[in-house]
Ligand binder design. Structure first.
Ligand SMILES: [Mn+2]
Length: 379
């Protein structure tokens, strides 16, 4: 074969590939924060042993590497201990480690810890989205809310107050539960600060809209009470992936009475996740000023999410769910929660990892679309 012959014409243009465009985008992002962190690490963690050739490495691990070392916050983001200064950040990840609202298996109180632990695997740099969360987003971990383990209503008051503070300080709140009952105070904390109506996009296998469960406001009731808030109308609540055989009798009656839009997994199979998500966006954004995303990890098929309190076979596939939340985040959000990760039942952290990815894909999309971060729409 003639070595000088030119290669055959390609049947594709590599510029048409998503990765090619994202590589271009990533190349435009600087590395100032990474270098500042490295410098700081050298100051406080001491220079490495003489045999270590890469002189950015320190003796005591003080940065992102090794991923398995160090003290975990979410994505090893700064811990905002003095919560009065949380307004210095655009995003605050906060734990709501409360699981006394569960009606079957408890354990979600350890959800925030599990998500933080597995988040150490990630460095925030994404080919899929062409974003670098370390460089482009001011993210902090605000630690956990002081929940009152034996008292649901006092816990709601605490969470409401905490989320209100984060939102009022200008932060996008990411609340990691905890069981799903925390969604009520999450929304109660934000809604009064919205100048107009607030829509809710709710991913779940369970309808979660009955008034009371065993005489209390458990993790089956939050959207009943959330849609009683004056600027949170049931007409703007869309519930995705609902189904299965657990505990839905009283809630389905309310969903019918209040005419929430319920999209089953069967609907998604028939119309595809893209069309289903378009419908969800249409409902949540109809006459509203802001939309909140509430993501129950059990919306995913029970085979992907063993670590949850009320697992259900036949749910979403991870790729469907991640695609849906990215489409939703594209239109902007005012906050989100991730609930029902129960690490005592998890296997190899797969459930916590999926939850972590939901948060990261939402934040990454908010950055790539300029809702948050250095590509900001408004700043
Ligand atoms: Mn659920």
């Amino acid at each position: 074969m003639d070595p000088d012959s030119s290669p055959a014409q390609s049947s594709f243009d590599r510029r048409d590939l998503h990765a090619t465009r994202m590589l271009d985008r990533l190349s435009e992002i600087g590395d100032e924060r990474l270098r500042a962190l490295t410098q700081r690490g050298l100051e406080v963690g001491l220079e490495a042993a003489p045999s270590v050739q890469d002189r950015r490495i320190t003796t005591f691990a003080r940065g992102g590497q090794p991923a398995f070392a160090g003290i975990n916050t979410f994505l090893k983001a700064p811990y905002c201990e003095d919560i009065r200064t949380v307004g210095d950040y655009e995003v605050a990840v906060v734990g709501a480690p409360f699981d006394m609202g569960t009606t079957y298996r408890s354990g979600a109180r350890f959800g925030p810890q599990a998500v933080r632990r597995i988040s150490a695997l990630y460095d925030g740099y994404s080919l899929d989205l062409g974003v670098d969360l370390l460089e482009e987003l001011r993210l902090c971990d605000a630690g956990d809310i002081f929940v009152i383990p034996s008292n649901i209503e006092k816990t709601f008051d605490q969470i409401d107050r905490a989320v209100h503070h984060l939102f009022e300080s200008g932060c996008f709140p990411v609340v990691i539960g905890g069981d799903h009952s925390i969604s009520y105070p999450n929304i109660r904390g934000i809604a009064p600060l919205i100048d107009g109506n607030l829509g809710i996009i709710h991913f779940d296998r369970h309808i979660d809209i009955q008034e009371r469960d065993m005489d209390e406001r458990m993790h089956t009731t939050h959207f009943f009470h959330a849609t009683n808030i004056p600027n949170v109308r049931p007409a703007n609540l869309v519930q995705i992936a609902i189904g299965g055989w657990y505990g839905s009798r009283p809630g389905l009656k309310v969903a019918r009475e209040r005419e929430t839009v319920v999209i089953t997994v069967g609907d998604i199979e028939a119309m595809g996740i893209e069309r289903a998500t378009e419908i969800a966006l249409e409902v949540a954004w109809n006459g509203t000023k802001a939309v909140f995303l509430s993501f129950d990890i059990d919306c995913l098929d029970g085979g992907f999410t063993p670590g949850t309190g009320s697992p259900e076979p036949g749910g979403l596939l991870p790729r469907e769910a991640l695609k849906a939340v990215r489409m939703i985040a594209k239109q902007g959000l005012c906050g989100m929660d991730l609930v029902e990760i129960a690490p005592p039942y998890d296997v190899s952290d797969v459930t916590a990892q999926l939850g972590c990815r939901v948060v990261m894909d939402v934040l990454g999309t908010l950055v790539s679309e300029g809702w948050l971060g250095t590509r900001g729409r408004s700043s």
